[in-house]
Design a protein around this ligand. Sequence first.
Ligand code: P70
Length: 463
Amino acid sequence: MPYPKPTRRSWAEPFKIKVVEPLKTTTRQHRVEAIKEAGYNTFLLRSDDVYIDLLTDSGTNAMSDYQWAGMMLGDEAYAGSKNFYYLEANMRKYYGYKYLVPTHQGRGAEHIISQILIKQGDYIPGNMYFTTTREHQERAGGTFVDVIIDEAHDPESTYPFKGNVDLQKLEDLIKKVGARKIPYISVAATVNMAGGQPISMGNMKEIRKLTARHGIRIILDATRAVENAYFIRTREKGYEKKSIAAILKELCSYTDGATMSGKKDLLVNIGGFLAINDKDLFDEARNMVVVFEGLHTYGGLAGRDMEAMARGMEEMTKEDYVRSRIGQVEYLGQKLLDWEIPIVKPIGGHAVFLDAKKILEHIPQEKFPAQTLASEIYVDSGVRTMERGIVSAGRDSKTGENRHPKLELVRVTIPRRVYTQAHMDVTAESILEVYESRKKIRGLEMVYEPKHLRFFQARFDKA
Ligand code: P70
């Protein structure tokens, strides 16, 4: 009997499952009460009340048997653990920087580099803000200046490298405030708040040229640089045949150092580091880490955590892994696009970002459309997502006024190697359900606002 031949898939998850963690389903009534209790903030839900957890890809990854085996080799010495030296060697091999300072996670490294390099009254340009990064820059007395290209603020633009720095904006800032007031430019790869969008190698080279002329450093936020490398390979001329590992190392080679949240690319649950080429800066960083994190050979981590990170580095650049990782995000995003649900285009590396401004166009930004949408998706299915809009943007540190970001998004974030394609289908169907009943949805009002990084603990009520 003739039958329609399906198009053959070119990839499947490059692993099989050895251990499982049962998921819990809940009733709609239970979820209505749980989200009310949580002040309509998905950060305040208990994970026990969540079915599919797409809050973040940070520290939520599944480690491999190779990493778990490494955990047993943890050398829990206070000083000079062998796991540290292995991590240092692998950092040099995969990222190419000279010196390593381990930290408990990414913001630990952001704290140290900000305190060392930023003086009161300095300016730190960057390709869009990230919450913790900007917070540390401001605490050190600096002012963050967004120099990302305009396309990044437009969810509809399909420009392939929406993470790029606008060199004119950077040059204008240098002219305006003078290079001496710019200790470094903070360049993220990929750009989380823009929708997981990559920066091109060509752009990075141009940034290097421009900053070299003015003696300004480049500090890379390498948190998701592997995913960025994949986009360079698939989208940038001249890189089609290069390995992910070679692209990653080349990208880092144009920068002076990096802050890293190991909880993403490194396929672990905790950990981070600061990497730097300058010996004097390294000495200062090593001096600071003992005050805030721990001795310079563990930085707040157990030996086993450093071992898992070192082994994660060996797995993160494997071609089949990266393709399936980004392929899974793409699969979910494409489903939503097929149903004409507004999302940020192109589909990002670690998440699909729903355009809450468009989906809930009847709710003004002051009534928190993205916060509202995230809580509605949770009530519909128990799928947990995250607000990335006006709540996350916080208040201007000088005027105290609310910032009004152009992007009002809900991030549907995919942990690495954790969920299956069926989980993606269930998620997409829930988003569609909420999308179809969008006209009935009302906004929220904020009833409690914490002082720092308010999105984590803010509470809301129905408006
Ligand atoms: C997320 C997490 C962390 C992160 C990042 C980039 C590009 C640095 C860090 C900090 C966790 C998070 C953080 C703040 C608000 C919401 C969620 N991103 N740079 O879910 O690293 O968390 O290890 O200190 O994405 O995107 P760390």
